[in-house]
Design a binder for this molecule. Sequence first.
Ligand SMILES: *Cc1c(COP(=O)(O)O)cnc(C)c1O
Length: 373
Amino acid sequence: MIPFLDLKSINTQYRQELIDAATRVIDSGWYIQGQELKAFEQEFADYCGTTHCIGVANGLDALTLTLRAWKELGKLQEGDEVIVTANTYIASILAITENRLKAVLVEPDAATYNLCPVKTAAAITSKTKAIVAVHLYGQLAPMPEIMALADQHQLLVLEDSAQAHGAEINGKKAGNWGHASGFSFYPGKNLGALGDAGAVTTSDDELAQTIRALGNYGSHKKYENLYQGVNSRLDEMQAAMLRVKLKHLDAETQRRKEIAHAYAQGINNPALMQPIGPNTTLDTLTAHVLHLYVIRSTARAALQAHLAAAGVQTLIHYPIPPHQQQAYAHWQAQSYPLTEAIHQQVLSLPISPVMSDTDVQQVIAACNAFQAG
Ligand SMILES: *Cc1c(COP(=O)(O)O)cnc(C)c1O
């Protein structure tokens, strides 16, 4: 079976480097908020092009604490409207509702699954104060257009970059487009730790300080507490693992792009809709880092069974849209037909950076052999 994502093989490539880094942490005698975190924060801020990176415990906290910081700074208030795509992973929305802000769900662009500037503009009211721009599946949302809209209406923009480490438009990376950006380093993300981890990137000094305090019991100075904060920190061990993984991120992303490019060129089954066109060249594929290679089919269940029989493991990202989850039972009367169709049709093909060319050809052949109905 070709696994959907072969995490063990991915991390085993760097086994000795990871062991050396872990040894350095063990021998340092310092496990929380030390040199490894400091170094990783600097390296990741440099990678994204921002002045700050604040390590936190996970991606959800990165998003939640940023919105919370804007509340503490008086830039957001309970009940303010925050626009977000209806088809995102639920964490983007949990960060909004956890802060008692009102999530305004908008349908995505049908081809990119990301915010559509026209639909976003139509959702703006006098109560809209922020936009959460999710870069779903590894593709940047149309940030030049979103930032222009935000400037025009004086809105805050928080990027959800959990799936888009290194994606760029005009040389500007995910994490450096909005006023702040939340990253996840969950093991299966493109930049994955060996446990939970996350970070916020921003070039706003005041915001950076506030997030740092909020994640450390609300303390800006030892034993002095400005806010009723939480404990959300990126520990030394995970920071050390991430410093190793960051060095290899661009090479892994390149391999993901090669695999995606081979899929786009090789899969020619008209029953399957693909995320990138057959004429896309590798050099122009900069805005998409292929966290997931998501195809669509109106016969998804049959397609998934066919691929499994052909030795290809696939996953669904995601089977139930947020507005139809029990957690948001009070939204069930809302209707987002495009989002609902997407959730019924999407299927993610394997895209491990460690896949061999033979594996890639096997996936292509299996997709082309599928006959709907
Ligand atoms: C993974 C993910 C998150 C949450 O990150 P965690 O580290 O798992 O908390 C948020 N948003 C998106 C789009 C994600 O894919």
